[in-house]
Design a protein around this ligand. Sequence first.
Ligand code: ZN
Length: 198
Amino acid sequence: MDYYGSQIGKLIEELSRLPGIGPKSAQRLAFHLINLPEEQVDHLANTMMNARHNVRYCKTCYTLTDQEECPVCRDMQRDHKTIMVVETTRDLAAYEKTGKFEGVYHVLHGAISPMLGIGPGDIKLKELMERLQGDVDEVIIATNSSLEGETTAMYISKLIKPTGIKVSRIASGVPVGGDLEYIDEVTLLRALEGRTQL
Ligand code: ZN
């Protein structure tokens, strides 16, 4: 039953497709939006559209950015010979928040999961290997400590070892199955400092 007329109904339906938004929240958000001044809604819609249209992968590390190369990769003060491999842009943000990592990153956009049918070709692994043909001293694997994260870490270390580049894995201070972005900065720092060579 469409109690509200199709426009409101459609808005509620679209909002309820967003992650973490149930039917009740969708309804609440829809009425909130409808009660906002028109220009505020225009601004919100434009911000969403601009972000969607302009955000792309950094050509070097594959994090999400609105420039050809992200600010971390463009920063010449950083150590470009130390690359930390993370699963997502959110993980990168978590490490950046600690302010203590001076190297650069590589974002895989996922992890290998035979169960979900995600293979090495489905993440940005080939791109990492291409990068390693340049001048690189160390690769720190900071994938999550989930089964998928560990599988990916093992796979990557096997690929890199023959190149002679140092490979290390962050310490297992990161709880199993815990997403990096929810872990506090102290734990992240400890995991980074306590990394072991593979
Ligand atoms: Zn980058």
